[in-house]
Design a protein around this ligand. Structure first.
Ligand SMILES: *[C@@H]1O[C@H](CO)[C@@H](O)[C@H](O)[C@H]1NC(C)=O
Length: 131
């Protein structure tokens, strides 16, 4: 790939809309960002679900764990790339994943999943966010 192509990062969330009952939704559906821009991805979990997970999937690879929230707490961010990635969930409901700034190597599908509890772990995920 040429360096000019590498300057672009596309980001896609295939879910549509916010907070439809019974599904996890993500936005934006698709995002193209230039190098150096900040990107914020939003996830709305199934209402009432305490646990929310972020994953990313690089082209041709399996999903990779990034971080999760139990309510507002973020107990294990061991999967988060250092420095540029952060996540928040200020009201125990929606969550933002922020990449500041974005780089071409961040191109991926970003997935969000939610679960009622960590004990009864069941992935109920949206199709994802393509970056
Ligand atoms: C990106 O976010 C960082 C950290 O909040 C901020 O300092 C910077 O000005 C932002 N850059 C752009 C292009 O918005």
């Amino acid at each position: 790939m040429g360096s000019r192509l590498l300057c672009w990062v596309t980001l896609c969330v295939l879910g549509v809309g916010h907070t439809r009952a019974g599904v996890v939704s993500q936005s934006p559906g698709y995002r193209v960002a230039g190098r150096g821009q900040n990107v914020t991805l939003r996830c709305d979990p199934i209402p009432g679900h305490q646990v929310l997970y972020w994953y990313r999937q690089m082209l041709g690879q399996g999903p990779e764990y990034l971080t999760y929230f139990q309510g507002k707490e973020e107990p294990d961010k061991s999967g988060m790339p250092k420095n540029r990635f952060s996540a928040e969930r200020p009201e125990s409901t929606y969550s933002y994943l922020k990449i500041q700034p974005v780089e071409p190597k961040d191109s991926a599908v970003y997935l969000c999943a939610s679960s009622p509890t960590t004990l009864r772990f069941s992935l109920e995920k949206a199709p994802g966010s393509r970056l």
